[in-house]
Design a binder for this molecule. Structure first.
Ligand code: SER
Length: 313
């Protein structure tokens, strides 16, 4: 039986991942570890919750020993916009935190580690359309720099110690349960809340800014499917390109307007525009499709329908 630790377990992806894993492996076998965010009642009532600081190795090790953890989903990270405002924190959490996790995984002989990479590993010099799996990785954000370094660090642990680390370059993730914390793709979540409550949203990206995106159910399924894939089939490990759809801020606003006709969106780009423009418009995820059978379910229309229904409930 798996004994799983999810760091960043109260975050946007972590909180939903914990619930999926608890359903699959049993509530008591999945520890949600948070740092600052208050855990939801759903998390607290369905299994163990612990507080850890991934930059403080001892706090992680205590939890590993207490629950005899054998698998870590290391979701704790600082996102792109916060990373530009606080680069030191971003480096410390995303690099030193990851290194603590990998060292602990090696020393305690853990079975498997998951590492969330991002489309932020790409930069202005990367082909922007259908961005290949193997391509130029020269990001211009601190967040992107930590994610490229993180991928390389994970590869090194695999090659050097045989540590089974797997990871996905997530596109922007749209979700209804827990808000994202400080990314450039956050607009694609905030717009839904504002459309329902205010019938108006001021977007921090330009109307024609296109980014690769994915709805949370696909994101969770991809994560679990990669972690369950047969190792011998994997030619890549910690850096799988992944996508479900690509749309501009304007396209998303128009799709929401089909359901909320009074909704208006205005565009006031800020510093995040430059970050968004350094990232790809669309992603080639054929390696994920070939090596572990990835296939997305949600397109823009289905995502908007489901998001509005959930948020209204
Ligand atoms: N969604 C993230 C961000 O915007 C990218 O991985 O920072």
């Amino acid at each position: 039986m798996r004994k799983i630790l999810v760091t960043g377990g109260c975050g946007q992806i972590g909180s939903e991942l914990v619930m999926e894993l608890r359903g699959k492996y049993g509530g008591n076998n999945v520890v949600a570890a948070g740092y600052k965010r208050n855990p939801s009642k759903t998390l607290l009532n369905s299994g163990p919750v612990e507080f850890i600081d991934v930059t403080n190795r001892r706090t992680v090790e205590d939890v590993i020993r207490k629950y005899e953890i054998d698998t870590i989903y290391h979701m704790a990270a600082i996102l792109s916009a916060v990373g530009e405002k606080n680069p030191e924190l971003c480096w410390n959490v995303n690099i030193n935190g990851l290194r603590n996790i990998l060292e602990i995984a090696r020393e305690y002989d853990l079975i498997r580690v998951f590492f969330p990479s991002s489309i932020a590993v790409f930069g202005p010099g990367t082909p922007q359309y259908n961005t290949p799996q193997e391509t130029i990785l020269r990001p211009t954000t601190m967040y992107g720099i930590t994610k490229v370094s993180g991928e390389l660090l994970c590869e090194w642990y695999f090659k050097r110690f045989g540590l089974d680390v797997r990871g996905i370059r997530y596109p922007g993730i749209i979700s209804s349960e827990t808000p994202p914390g400080g990314g450039t793709t956050d607009y694609a979540v905030a717009i839904f809340h504002e459309a329902i409550q205010q019938k108006r949203y001021t977007c921090f990206l330009k109307e024609d800014t296109v980014l690769p995106m994915m709805y949370m159910p696909d994101c969770i399924r991809a994560t679990v499917e990669l972690m369950e894939a047969d190792l011998v089939r994997l030619k890549h490990h910690s850096n799988f390109n992944l996508t479900a759809m690509s749309f501009s801020a304007g396209q998303l606003a128009r799709e929401i307007k089909k359901h909320i006709p009074e909704f208006t969106c205005v565009y006031k780009p800020d510093f995040r525009q430059e970050i968004a423009e350094s990232w790809p418009r669309s992603i080639d995820d054929s390696a994920a499709r070939e090596e572990w059978g990835w296939s997305p379910k949600y397109d823009l229309r289905m995502t908007v329908e489901d998001m509005l229904e959930r948020l209204r409930r």
